[in-house]
Design a binder for this molecule. Structure first.
Ligand code: ARG
Length: 585
């Protein structure tokens, strides 16, 4: 942990200064900025901590940096050979190369565990993601939730948390009364079995269409829903069947995306808990009546009042979310619950979290709304079909696979069609996921297939390609390797080798930070910069030229270890993002 050691040292130095001058602020270790320098002129690492301190002290950064530098120079740890003040208050650290080189040995010993930790030991985290609504197609918003949620689940798993992947289906509400009524009028069992979601959607649409001219239908829908609520056998059976068929359809997409949930517990599950919850809220005198409806005012919190029960006593999404939170607190006692849902539900979750604090003041679970932006088309418009409807997810995925198959056919005409197809699928799904994860999630993302599938862009295919290239060099190198020669890490003295080791050693910290900030984009960007270095490396430094030269052969052994670690980290990092690697592209 090269970086961590330096950060610790800066932290301790700051603490010593604060002892004498209590105006100086102290940061926790992880707040101390420390960046890798890849140009030897600026040392190995540099910090901008003086800027942060100077803001609090209202002094010039250079002035602050000088004081800090004096302190830092007093008793540096053995791996630091020089500390210098650079322009404007930057402080640069020069390390003894030996320690950097040794770090590679440490890394490769931990092998596949490198990047994992036990921070989350014995802690649970519930991740509520994807959560589509039954009898309706999943849309690109659900796709974003699925991709981001899965990456977060993998990140927390790497940190040793027990992760509960929870698909909170939208499977309750008055719309199911309408759907049941529509089915009873015009339903066709076979059609639904063949393509459940689109047939159910058509039924629902037809019902709405006819409602315009037939006012009795509205009432009919309500009656059917009441019957469903009261446990009417036939209606329950129909609803269960719609639910089952919809999940079957959703699972096709999840299989394609290689995602498995632990639970499919949706809104309907909490129906029984709502009345007791509402009367509990009334007893606690939290609720008020407003035009026949039950509300909880939240103006103290700058939020609109929470509607708990409508005047016709129908329950609501919000109330169900409260019952859901209560259930999760009690049953799992999780350290965190993440709700991976679009920006547009911002107010909803602010209300839920505020209410959860008021109603269950003792619970310590951290609740977080993991928001994300829209998906835009190449023209930066909301993603939709020509008729202005939202495109279905299946269409999107199939489009991506088709596009990448065209590219692979051009690049690898010699491959069999089945191999081309397999690779095209891995590439397509990777680009879909990576395009979503590479920028901070609250930004809108753009679907521009040409950019997403660019082999030399900021794409997953670039990472997969780099992985495949390094892998190929590795297997060639293994053939000419002389295993009897001792591994001497000090042979790795090329600046790019030093840079690569420093970059690799950052991996565990990147995983931790991405999880902590709910920002898989940190990991995505990290992998891109690692790949950039790796590409530069094998393009400019001879690796396979050792022939019979013994010193070169000895060097090859450690180069091999370096390459192995590169492929390890690329593979593991991509896996955390939900993306597969390929042995060759
Ligand atoms: N089904 C909802 C939708 O499609 C998302 C549910 C999110 N999770 C929650 N606990 N509210 O918008």
């Amino acid at each position: 942990m090269l970086k961590q050691d330096i950060k610790k040292y800066i932290y301790q130095s700051l603490k010593r200064i604060t002892k004498e001058n209590n105006k100086w602020p102290i940061f926790c270790i992880n707040e101390i900025p420390l960046n890798i320098q890849n140009d030897e002129k600026f040392g190995d690492y540099s910090t901008t901590i003086a800027f942060l301190v100077s803001k609090k002290l209202q002094k010039h950064p250079t002035e602050v940096a000088k004081i800090l530098l004096d302190e830092l120079q007093k008793n540096p740890p053995k791996q630091i050979i020089k500390i210098e003040l650079a322009q404007n208050g930057f402080i640069n650290f020069y390390l003894d190369k030996k320690f950097i080189q040794k770090e590679l040995g440490k890394m490769s010993k931990t092998k596949s565990k490198f990047g994992s930790s036990k921070i989350g030991y014995k802690k649970k985290i519930i991740i509520d993601y994807s959560s589509p609504n039954i009898a309706k197609p999943m849309h690109v918003g659900h796709l974003r939730s699925t991709i981001i949620g899965e990456a977060l689940a993998n990140l927390y798993e790497s940190l040793g948390y027990q992760v509960i992947r929870w698909n909170y289906l939208g499977d309750w509400g008055t719309q199911f009364g309408k759907l049941i009524a529509a089915y009873k009028l015009w339903g066709d069992k076979e059609k639904i079995e063949k393509s459940p979601i689109s047939s159910l959607l058509n039924l629902y649409r037809k019902f709405h269409e006819q409602m315009k001219s037939n006012s009795e239908l509205e009432q009919l829908g309500q009656t059917e829903f009441k019957k469903l609520e009261q446990g009417d056998k036939e209606n329950r059976k129909l609803w269960l069947w719609f639910r089952k068929e919809s999940i079957k359809d959703f699972k096709k997409i999840y299989n394609l995306l290689d995602i498995k949930f632990d639970l499919f517990i949706g809104e309907s599950f909490f129906e029984q808990d709502l009345l007791p919850l509402i009367s509990f809220l009334q007893k606690k005198k939290l609720t008020q009546k407003s035009k026949g409806a039950t509300i909880i005012p939240l103006e103290k919190y700058d939020l609109p009042p929470a509607l708990i029960q409508k005047s016709d006593e129908a329950s609501l999404y919000l109330t169900r979310d409260l019952a859901l939170a209560q259930y999760r607190f009690k049953k799992y006692k999780p350290a965190k619950i993440l709700y991976v849902v679009g920006n547009e539900q911002d107010i909803h979750f602010k209300q839920v979290f505020t209410l959860a604090k008021i109603i269950f003041p003792k619970q310590e679970t951290e609740l977080a709304h993991i928001k994300f932006g829209l998906v835009l088309s190449e023209e930066k418009k909301k993603f939709s079909t020509r008729e202005g409807e939202l495109i279905s997810l299946e269409q999107v995925i199939n489009q991506a696979i088709k596009k990448s198959l065209i590219i692979i056919k051009k690049k690898k005409p010699e491959w069999s069609l089945s191999k081309q197809k397999k690779v095209a699928q891995v590439i397509a799904l990777g680009s879909l996921k990576f395009n979503d994860l590479k920028s901070f999630r609250t930004a809108d993302i753009v679907f521009d297939w040409n950019k997403m599938l660019d082999f030399s862009g900021d794409t997953s295919v670039y990472l997969q390609y780099t992985y495949a290239r390094v892998n190929k060099i590795l297997s060639k190198a293994k053939k000419i390797q002389n295993k009897n020669l001792k591994c001497n890490y000090q042979e790795l003295n090329h600046p790019l080798e030093i840079s690569l080791i420093k970059k690799l050693s950052e991996f565990p910290e990147v995983i931790e930070l991405s999880a902590e900030k709910y920002a898989p984009n940190y990991l995505a960007t990290y992998l891109l910069s690692l790949a950039d270095l790796a590409n530069k490396y094998y393009e400019s430094v001879p690796i396979l030229k050792s022939k019979n030269d013994l010193t070169l052969k000895a060097r090859l052994n450690v180069q091999l270890i370096l390459l192995e670690n590169i492929t390890n980290v690329l593979k593991k990092g991509l896996k955390v993002l939900g993306i597969q690697v390929l042995k060759e592209i």
